[in-house]
Design a protein around this ligand. Structure first.
Ligand code: AHG
Ligand code: MN
Ligand code: MN
Ligand code: MN
Length: 322
């Protein structure tokens, strides 16, 4: 049986070799992260807290720090990369003396940190923005999601799957002996699903319209059929299920996170690009996520993402709510 197409071959064929080299380098970093996760709890003691806090006010896990350093190293080794922005670093890291660099990698090195120690899926999320050689890198970091060159996530689960888009469809690759091989090309999100996905512990902490929406998913009056609930607590896992099965994931504003918990640049934007390329949608309740102009690298946003029909049904309820 002929070997499936490699990630580099796919990106080079659909786009270009430079982007192929960048995405493959990120994938190599992800393979190193996966190797650590696979033997967590044994010799190299990768579980537990690192004893430091990030700008988000979160206690960093050792795997957050390892994943972050791994991705920064692979980006530093690529002359085409001008800068990186990471959830785990306060400030962007701008690489000096790279006049011809044209990409900025913006990433969540380890998504779902609260699930690391309990062996539940975690992930890596990367958004790629372009920068004109010699132009202001900081300004290029704050472009809206519509400007993204590419977006990808890696889902470290029973199998390790990398999903990417660069504007010509959504494609999934499965890690096999250190190489990501094409497993599903041109993925499309189902028109609608049977699951809603929200941390219902926040129901009393959020705007009443979200409790109403969840109630109407439950009793079947919003979409004409009753929905089940699924919530992993790792955004990439909840999103990956939504991409394959349809339905909706939402992280609304809460008292604790009045602008939502998820970060625009390295969580909402990349997965919204993928959602839209697969025929889905993503909003902050009122506006299309990809059209939001960022004000700072770690800004947060409310997020409703998934099949068109569910996302617009919730958006419709918000619009008519006084
Ligand atoms: P991260 O681990 O990168 O900080 O992201 C965690 C996020 C996201 O993965 C998930 O959807 C959300 O936190 C879960 O938040 P709650 O535990 O508040 O539900
Ligand atoms: Mn975090
Ligand atoms: Mn995250
Ligand atoms: Mn993270």
């Amino acid at each position: 049986m002929p070997m499936a197409m490699t990630l580099f071959q796919h990106v080079r064929q659909r786009h270009n070799a430079d982007l192929g080299a960048l995405i493959t380098a990120i994938a190599d970093g992800a393979a190193a992260i996966e190797a650590k996760i696979r033997t967590a709890g044994l010799a190299d003691d990768i579980l537990g807290a690192a004893g430091s806090e990030n700008i988000q006010g979160e206690e960093q896990q050792k795997l957050d720090v390892f994943a972050n350093l791994t991705l920064i190293d692979v980006m530093k080794a690529l002359p085409s990369v001008a800068a990186v922005v990471s959830e785990e670093d306060d400030e962007p890291l701008i690489f000096p003396d790279r006049p011809n660099a044209k990409f900025i990698a913006i990433f969540d090195p380890l998504d779902g940190s609260s699930n690391i120690d309990v062996n539940v899926n975690v992930g890596t999320i990367v958004s790629i923005q372009a920068v004109e050689p010699g132009s202001d890198v900081r300004a290029a970091i704050l472009q809206p999601g519509t400007a993204q060159v590419a977006a990808l996530y890696v889902n470290y689960g029973p199998s390790t799957i990398l999903v990417y888009t660069a504007g010509k469809g959504v494609h999934a690759f499965t890690l096999s002996d250190g190489e990501f091989l094409l497993s599903t090309g041109d993925m499309l999100m189902p028109e609608h699903g049977t699951y809603y996905s929200m941390n219902e512990g926040n129901i009393g902490e959020s705007l009443p319209v979200y409790a109403k929406a969840i109630g109407r998913f439950r009793d079947g009056t919003l979409m004409g059929r009753k929905y089940s609930s699924r919530y992993v607590g790792s955004f990439i896992a909840d999103f990956h299920r939504t991409l394959l099965k349809g339905g909706v994931f939402l992280y609304p504003p809460t008292k604790k996170a009045p602008n939502g918990k998820l970060r625009l640049l390295y969580e909402a934007n990349p997965l919204s690009f993928i959602a839209e390329q697969a025929g889905g949608a993503a909003s902050n309740g009122r506006y299309r996520i990809l059209e939001i102009t960022p004000t700072e690298p770690h800004m947060r946003t409310p997020l409703i993402i998934g099949s068109q029909s569910e996302v617009s049904a919730i958006g419709g309820m918000i619009t008519i709510t006084p």
